[in-house]
Structures are given as C-alpha cells and as structure tokens.
Design a protein around this ligand. Structure first.
Ligand SMILES: [Ca+2]
Ligand SMILES: [Ca+2]
Length: 84
C-alpha cells in the first residue's frame, strides 16, 4: 500500500462535498452505518478498494472522541492523519 494519502491536496470545497455526500441523513455527522452504505463511493474517493473492516478502522481513527459519529471538524482533522 502506497504511503501517500490520495486525499492530500484535495481542495476544502471538495472535502466538504465528500462529507455532505457521505452524510446521508444530513444531520452533519457521519456514522458507521452511513459509511457502510457508501463503501463503493469511499473507495472511489480514495482510489482504493478497502473492505468494511478496514474502513471501520479508519472511522475509529478519525472519531477522536469515540462517540461513533464523525463531525466535520473531526473529519477535516482526521482525514489527513490517516495511515492509508
Ligand atoms: Ca449523518
Ligand atoms: Ca466523534
């Protein structure tokens, strides 16, 4: 697996769009259920082919306060620190 994060260099407006795209019920939080429903989309964004277990590990890395929801701040801060 390449060490470079394919989301590095993504513009803030595009990151925002990805977040809104993944937030299916528009409550401003991404949950694991939403992530699971969007698996193929996420793989497209990451240009990868992760399975649900791997995506769940990433979700848990981004969800710093462990409330099983990822808000926009956590998303922004966590995304670039991911070890993809
Ligand atoms: Ca949501
Ligand atoms: Ca959280």
């Amino acid at each position: 697996m390449a060490s470079s994060n394919p989301l590095k260099g993504t513009s803030p407006s595009k990151l925002k769009r990805i977040f809104e795209d993944l937030d299916l019920n528009k409550d401003s939080y991404i949950t694991l259920t939403e992530i699971a429903s969007s698996l193929s989309k996420i793989n497209k964004y990451l240009r990868a082919n992760y399975n649900l277990d791997e995506i769940e590990l990433m979700f848990n890395q981004i969800d710093k306060n462990k409330d099983k929801k990822v808000g926009y701040t956590e998303y922004q801060e966590g995304l670039f620190n991911l070890n993809l």
